[in-house]
Design a protein around this ligand. Sequence first.
Ligand code: ADP
Ligand code: MG
Length: 329
Amino acid sequence: PQLANQIAAGEVVERPASVVKELLENSLDSGANRIELDVEQGGVKLIRLRDNGSGIEKDDLPLALSRHATSKITALEDLEAVGSLGFRGEALASISSVSRLTLTSRTAAQDAAWSVSAQGRDMTTEVVPAAHPEGTTVEMRDLFFNTPARRKFLKTEKTEFRHLEEVVKRLALSRYDVGFGLKHNAKVVHQLRPASTEVAREQRLGQLLGKAFVEQSVAMDVVAEASGLRLWGWMGLPTFSRSLPDQQYFFVNGRVIRDKVVTHAVRQAYQDVLFHGRHPAYVLYLELDPALVDVNVHPTKHEVRFRESRLVHDFIFRTLYRVIADLRP
Ligand code: ADP
Ligand code: MG
């Protein structure tokens, strides 16, 4: 089984950022609304995530590290309706096969915390007592310590951290109700409190994308009565258009996606009216009936398939076009 884990690890664990993505999704699945991340050396030396979610029962701790031991498999059929982010049941197994991993947790029903560890191929199923508040801490050290070939593909500390931070950013932009803390080499990079008001959301936006984006963008919230489609968020103004092309975030039902239909609609709206070929910056959220969209085209590549892509395209284009047109002097 260990060999299978290491092969599978290639699919999930590419770099520290992919570890963080899996760990964050697990925490969100567990209902956490407070997540603290500590990373060292771009995440290669250490990734420690602590959450205040449901926790893992003592007897389930060794299972959580074994392959295909998902607690979410029953939700597989109506995954979209359930909204669970992870379902493959192999992320922790894969990560632990290429690192030194400790999982410490305490549920509300337990009055003590417990811990399990794995070091690459050596997985102990021994559960030892630990000190921990309600919730879970996953500590991953020395990524790829036992797979030098893979370690060679890692980029510089700075680059790896940039990828990791991007993962945190995307989730922080999709879950305003959750507080996120991120430290790199003991320095605070982000400290985001749960944001329930528009002012608080804009504050978070400013912390993640810079105050200039908030100041030079327009907020919107438009619902199409007939189709139930809703588009809300922020569009950068032309004065902010010199920003890099990666200041573009589009979420569909809370998940960040990259999609041709969406990109085309946004671009067309901007270019026709204001931008004339320059890169727009935006943070936009499309909400629609889950039955109208297929989000599991690929679990890790942020793809979607709209059942009625024409309708979606036209709604996005028209909404943005109108918002932009209103801004013209
Ligand atoms: P999956 O998320 O696909 O089920 P994982 O390998 O990511 O598989 O996690 C295995 C199991 O460990 C999960 O199904 C869940 O029961 C448990 N688990 C992992 N992380 C957490 C967490 N932060 N809080 C609570 N339970 C967790
Ligand atoms: Mg998972």
